[in-house]
Design a protein around this ligand. Structure first.
Ligand code: FAD
Length: 548
């Protein structure tokens, strides 16, 4: 097969028009086109009113060899790449110890699945509950203001992305097409087939729940074991010959010890107690940049109009998204701050996402249909260790966690100390006055918001940076800085505040057998990249065990 890329057609083209465009582009006749399939479909909405669809197509033709020769210098006519997944090892008949995977989010799930597919029968541990029970616990916070610290938006089967928009794209380099393996497994587990070819696939929260259950069943059918309510509280370590330490297993909160020489650490960014334990146990951990800010909500219709003009509402386009960045001007004694939109959820809701009592954290989710009234996204300011290391005075690599906790606790107080979140209208935020009543936009955050002034919710530099960025965003998306849009705080868990550094073999810098992975270790940001990292880690574990 050959792959033809960058074929542009108008949004409302017919099926015949696509066939005709292929024949024209390759200069072949209809009988020479045996078949084709869509490898990728994206759109170009830069010209509102003339939105184009852009295709990558896999073409079946008896003239393939000749065409590839004729178009040898054309980057848009190439052989179709092999995107199938090939396992790198097979487990030996006898294993001294089964590998352990800590965490059953996208990273742990794919590390576990790939290990299981190679015959390693991994044991997967998650501190939270199975996804159905977890869903009930999560709703307890949203409906009854009751937090379950071990079973919530962050912790439990499926990990942090289970109650999400289920966006499945990322900008990671992926030369081995591991992302394709992730999407293929998701489709097998019940995701819509379109995720294999649309450029910005999403699943929505409802389907994710069932998919995660189906993937658990697959891992179990291959001899893997998944244990819920199994928080890892300690590591079993012994000195290694090269001056490093060697992992020999883990201790669970129940006191049970599990022996293992290979342990995947796929914790997510909210396992603060576990980060503290790792640091105390001498595992190399360093502070890393992350971002802080608010969630912003607009009517979805405002975003659709601004992005798609007269073609707003077109079924192929769906609810519009956006991605915004503003590089702030440096002051005389302050750096210019970068403010950007993050985790945009078209037609979705803002969700309460704390895992710790007495704290408020925002995030966003949506259903597959993306048909709620509001669009939401985080608007966040990048910060780095020089911003937060002085914050707790210790110089500890965990100082970012201390800053996150302080902001989340203050947001809890600003919200009335009952898990309501503090909020403010954009117009009032820009004018520096407290909000008293809602305008045209109703907030979606449950269990509720308290209007007021968000000025004290973030450090001054972050407030100033967001005030500078909102009018700049208005110039890119008309209506963005509308008076009645709502800011809800605080968004602090954009990525991990630490990196658990690893070497070329993907093991911890100073702890052999420990494989830091996914978002919590600072090696992923999002469902797809965490899952891809899980695959890489499973391969590294398998090769280490088999000596490959
Ligand atoms: P996690 O998914 O965080 O999983 C870590 C797991 O480890 C958890 O299940 C936790 O219970 C477990 N764990 C932690 N400590 C221990 C311990 N000591 N012992 C045992 N188990 C432990 N990303 C996207 O790409 N698209 C989106 O649309 C999207 N929306 C999101 C919406 C929300 C509300 C949230 C919170 C996140 C969203 N994200 C989204 C981010 C995405 O969910 C994460 O990037 C991704 O889940 C990270 O995967 P992970 O496996 O590395 O960690």
């Amino acid at each position: 097969m050959l792959r033809l890329t960058d074929l542009k057609l108008p949004l409302d083209h017919s099926g015949d028009a696509l066939t005709a465009a292929i024949l024209r582009r390759l200069a072949i006749t209809a009988t020479e086109l045996t078949g084709y399939s869509v490898a990728k479909r994206s759109y170009d909405a830069r010209k509102r009113g003339a939105i184009a669809l852009i295709y990558a197509l896999d073409i079946d033709t008896p003239r393939e060899a000749e065409l590839l020769q004729r178009f040898a210098d054309d980057p848009h006519v190439q052989p179709t790449p092999d995107t199938d997944y090939h396992v790198v090892a097979q487990a030996p008949p006898r294993l001294a110890h089964r590998p352990l995977v800590i965490g059953f989010g996208p990273c742990g799930l794919f590390a576990g699945l790939i290990l299981a597919q190679m015959g390693f029968r991994p044991i997967i541990l998650d501190r939270g509950k199975a996804v159905r029970e977890r869903t009930k616990d999560t709703w307890d916070l949203w409906r009854k203001r009751q937090l379950h610290p071990e079973s919530n938006v962050q912790f439990g089967e499926g990990g942090a992305g289970t109650f999400s928009d289920g966006k499945l794209y990322s900008q990671i380099r992926d030369p081995l097409h591991h992302g394709r393996k992730v999407l293929t497994e998701f489709v097998k587990a019940g995701a819509p087939e379109e995720i294999l070819y649309v450029s910005k696939p999403h699943i929505g929260t409802f389907r994710l729940v069932t998919m995660v259950e189906n993937m658990r069943a697959t891992i179990e059918s291959l001899g893997g074991e998944i244990r819920f309510s199994s928080r890892v509280d300690d590591l079993l370590l012994e000195p290694a010959a090269d001056g490093r330490q060697q992992i020999r297993g883990v201790t669970l909160a129940s006191g049970e010890q599990l022996r293992a020489d290979h342990v995947v650490l796929a914790l997510g960014h909210s396992a603060r107690d576990t980060f503290e334990m790792l640091h105390a146990r001498g595992v190399y951990v360093e502070a890393k940049p992350f971002s802080i800010g608010f969630r912003i909500e607009h009517p979805q219709s405002v975003i659709d109009r601004a992005r798609f003009g007269p073609q707003a509402g077109h079924p192929i386009l769906g609810a519009a998204d956006y991605k915004l960045v503003h590089h702030g001007k440096p002051g005389p004694d302050a750096p210019g701050r970068t403010v950007y939109s993050f985790c945009m959820c078209p037609g979705g809701t803002v969700v309460a996402a704390t895992s710790e009592p007495g704290r408020v954290v925002t995030n966003g989710m949506s259903q597959y249909s993306r048909n709620e009234r509001n669009a939401n996204a985080a608007i966040v300011v990048g910060i780095d260790p020089s911003d937060f290391t002085p914050f707790d005075g210790s110089g500890s690599p965990l100082a970012g966690i201390a800053l996150q906790r302080a902001l989340e606790s203050h947001a809890y107080v600003l919200g009335g100390s009952d898990y309501s979140a503090p909020a403010q209208l954009v117009g009032d935020f820009l004018a520096g006055r407290a909000s008293r009543e809602f305008g045209d936009v109703q907030p979606s955050y449950q269990p509720g918001v308290v209007l007021g002034n968000l000025e004290s919710a973030l450090p001054d530099y972050a407030i100033a940076a967001i005030r500078e960025a909102l009018p700049a965003f208005e110039r890119q998306v008309r209506g963005y800085a509308m008076h009645d849009a709502i800011l809800t705080g605080v968004e602090t868990r954009t990525s991990s505040p630490v990196r658990i550094k690893r070497d070329d073999s993907l093991q911890s810098l100073n702890t052999r057998g420990l494989y830091p992975a996914g978002e919590g270790a600072g090696y992923a940001g999002g469902i797809l990249s965490a899952a891809v990292d899980g695959i890489r880690i499973a391969e590294a574990v398998a090769l280490d065990i088999t000596g490959g």
